[in-house]
Design a protein around this ligand. Structure first.
Ligand code: TPP
Ligand code: MG
Length: 327
């Protein structure tokens, strides 16, 4: 049974991700955010259910669709939005932007732009955990498209060969940009790919945050206990286009409607009330708090300065060398 306080916190986190991303969509359209931006709207239950099953110091690594995971990890909403606005107060001082949120203090190793590229990094992080013997496990998020990449297979093979402590979480939203998973993957039920590497694979309803949390709690416990890697496939749907510039015309409206009826946020609200975990008033209060946090984040981002020119020379190399003119 998931504690009541945790269920309420999961509701707050999903709502926070939703509201902040709605503001991201608006401000992006107003050209206040530049570069590529991939919204996570619709998939919130996966990040929230899975990440809240971890310990605070378990490393997490992600793709370019990283807003939800960053926030579910407890990332600061102010520094999140400031990063997207390219401001000096951003979590990466405005140099990463939407696709490259990283938060060292929260063991969030960040978004990666190359599909599948985070898999060998996740495997390497898990190897580090194993070598140190510090009881930490890694969680790696990626899409259905990534599971057709060569490095994905190499990473899973190595992870099982060395029995590394890593949970691979595939968010199967049925599309890689505009390509239907049936046109890209010889096996569309991604969890079955785990069998090719002798590791367990599970499928879960990724629109049901309680189901995701429950499964991930069990998986996290076994992986921490030394079982070796596990693959989790969360079935989900993104409500927007692939990125802010994609109108998403390749999907049938009826299909979109079907998934909107499975929206994880009202679904949890209903369950919380039916189970007597939270009243309608409590949920409305959370909604108001989340709106305040969201508006404060917009104000913070807007009023923050851009990075100074001198920041161009910072964080380029891991250390400075003798003779470096900028040292
Ligand atoms: C190696 C590589 N090939 C192609 C691309 C272009 N690209 C960016 S996102 C994407 C689709 C990935 O789909 P999926 O893994 O299902 O993730 P989703 O966007 O659905 O979350 C592609 C092909 C890329 N970034 N990297
Ligand atoms: Mg996909």
């Amino acid at each position: 049974m998931i504690p009541a306080a945790d269920q309420i916190e999961m509701y707050r986190l999903m709502l926070l991700i939703r509201r902040l991303e709605e503001r991201v969509a608006e401000t992006y359209s107003e050209q206040r955010i530049g570069g590529f931006t991939h919204l996570y709207i619709g998939q919130e239950a996966v990040a929230v259910g899975a990440i809240t099953a971890l310990n605070h110091d378990d490393p997490v690594i992600d793709t370019y669709r990283d807003h939800g995971h960053f926030l579910a990890r407890g990332g600061d909403p102010n520094r999140f939005l400031a990063e997207l606005f390219g401001r000096d107060t951003g979590i990466c001082r405005g140099k990463g932007g939407s696709m490259h949120l990283a938060d060292v203090e929260r063991y969030f190793y960040g978004g990666t732009g190359i599909v599948g590229a985070s898999i060998p990094i996740a495997t390497g992080l898990a190897l580090a955990c194993q070598v140190r013997g510090d009881d930490r496990i890694v969680m790696s998020f990626f899409g259905d498209g990534a599971t057709n990449q060569g490095v994905w297979h190499e990473g899973l093979n190595f992870a099982k060969l060395w029995n590394l402590p890593v949970v691979f979480v595939c968010e199967n939203n049925f599309y890689g940009i505009g390509t239907d998973v049936r046109l890209a993957s010889s096996l569309t039920e991604v969890y079955k790919k785990a069998a090719g590497y002798g590791m367990p694979g599970f499928q879960v309803d990724g629109m049901d945050v309680l189901a995701v949390r429950q499964l991930c709690e069990e998986v996290v416990r076994t992986v921490r206990g030394g079982s070796g890697p596990v693959l989790v496939e969360a079935i989900c749907y993104r409500y927007q286009g692939h990125s802010m510039t994609d109108p998403g015309r390749y999907r049938a409206r009826a299909e979109e409607e079907l998934w909107r009826r499975r929206d994880p946020i009202p679904r949890l609200a209903k369950t919380l009330q039916a189970d007597g975990v939270a009243s309608a008033e409590r949920l409305a209060e959370i909604e108001r708090e989340v709106e305040q946090v969201t508006e404060a984040a917009v104000a913070f981002a807007e009023s923050s300065p851009p990075p100074p020119l001198s920041a161009l020379y910072e964080h380029v190399f891991a250390e400075r060398f003798p003779g470096d003119p900028h040292a």
